[in-house]
Ligand binder design. Structure first.
Ligand SMILES: NC(=O)c1ccc[n+]([C@@H]2O[C@H](COP(=O)([O-])OP(=O)(O)OC[C@H]3O[C@@H](n4cnc5c(N)ncnc54)[C@H](OP(=O)(O)O)[C@@H]3O)[C@@H](O)[C@H]2O)c1
Ligand SMILES: [Zn+2]
Ligand SMILES: [Zn+2]
Length: 352
């Protein structure tokens, strides 16, 4: 075991602050990674503030961060896919049972015995796992991803959650050339969804509450942009979408978007607001529409996403910040004031 620097929250109401945490020494199949960049996901904020208490109570101290990108510093004797000096990335999962039906299918995100990167029971050291707002991390190589060398590192980190979480349902629901795809909420997830749907050659329509994001939405790849408060603009799209991805982090009227689906259209929730959303039965019945959800993606598909981004040169639009600005960044994220993902430069942690 060794100690590494990190930022943690001591309670649901405490700001994140400098600390040290234990990490295991790499065992046979482990990869030790020096973290260079870590994205800030809205899930970090939900969890740290215990907003998901009913499903996933936070354990304190809590070290968030699951958009991890870094360089390999050490590997265990049984590791075959990584060498010291390689780029490496870790997303939301660091372990699973590898034996259940989901794991066998390469869908580790559904494993009933999965270990999340933070706030899951730590099988090695006891207590809970600690995430990427830290100097280094040690992860079994099965859960470590390869990063295409052409990608900007700060912008590639968010692919590990925002990227895969939007890519996976779009692949599952058949987003391809010519499909009409809506993206609700132009935040970290939403802006990745726009870039990826555009790269998949879909016709992309962004729904935003922020009129100031209209031009950005087009630059990111949207064919049309709708300010969702404008009822006339919304009505024009009634019954026309094949697929809508809802990436909103707070209470909102999902019924307004269900009306926009065509027959057999699907709306998938990736946003995870604290409170339940109201769904009208007739919004689904008429049109045989479906509503579903989707969590991150499996390891195989996450690598596929990274390779896809490598070949299309896709990264997140990031504002790089030092770790000392993380609390300020959380405040700005809540005001939808981030263009479009914060990526923490972990070198800033060395001065703590
Ligand atoms: N399913 C999964 O596996 C998974 C993975 C990662 C994250 N998530 C969840 O996905 C959600 C989005 O995460 P993120 O990191 O992309 O967050 P984010 O960067 O804060 O983006 C959320 C966006 O939602 C819109 N929004 C915020 N408040 C709103 C309100 N009151 N009404 C309507 N729209 C509002 C804003 O877009 P506009 O300004 O364009 O309106 C905002 O930019 C979070 O709940 C997060 O926990 C889920
Ligand atoms: Zn996330
Ligand atoms: Zn499993």
């Amino acid at each position: 075991m060794y100690k590494t620097k990190a930022y943690s929250a001591a309670s649901a109401t405490s700001p994140l602050a400098s600390t040290t945490i234990p990490r295991r020494d790499p065992t046979e199949h482990d990869v030790q990674i020096e973290i260079l960049f870590c994205g800030i996901c809205h899930s970090d904020l939900h969890l740290v503030r215990n907003e998901w208490n009913n499903v996933m109570p936070a354990v304190y101290p809590c070290v968030p961060g699951h958009e991890i990108l870094g360089r390999v510093t050490r590997v265990g004797s049984g590791v075959t896919g990584f060498r010291p000096g390689d780029l490496a990335a870790v997303g939301c999962l660091v372990d699973s049972d590898r034996t259940c039906r989901e794991c066998q299918a390469g869908l580790e995100q559904f494993c009933p015995n999965g270990t999340l990167t933070y706030n899951s029971a730590d099988k090695h050291l006891g207590g809970v796992t600690y995430g990427g707002y830290s100097d280094s991390i040690v992860v079994d190589e099965h859960f470590v991803l390869h990063v295409p060398s052409n990608l900007d590192l700060a912008g590639a980190a968010p692919l590990l959650c925002a990227g895969i979480t939007t890519y996976s349902p779009m692949r599952h629901w058949g987003v391809t050339k010519g499909k009409k795809v809506g993206v609700v909420g132009l935040g970290g997830l939403g802006h990745m969804a726009v870039k990826l749907a555009h790269a998949l050659a879909a016709h992309v329509v962004v729904f935003t509450t922020s009129p100031g994001k209209k031009e950005d939405a087009r630059r990111l790849g949207a064919d049309e942009v709708v300010v969702s408060g404008n009822a006339d603009e919304m009505r024009k799209h009634a019954g026309s979408f094949d697929f809508i991805l809802d990436a909103v982090s707070a209470d909102h009227n999902i019924g307004a978007y269900m009306q926009l689906l065509r027959r057999d259209g699907n709306i998938t929730l990736v946003g995870a607001p604290e409170n339940p959303l109201a769904v009208s039965a007739f919004g689904l019945i008429l049109g045989r529409r479906s509503l579903s959800g989707s969590p991150i993606g499996g390891i195989r598909e996450t690598q596929e996403l990274l390779d896809f981004c490598g070949s299309h040169n896709i990264t997140a639009d990031v504002e790089v910040i030092p770790i000392q600005k993380v609390n300020e960044a959380y405040g700005r994220m809540l005001k939808s004031d981030v263009k479009y993902r914060f990526s923490i430069d972990m070198a800033s942690l060395k001065s703590e």
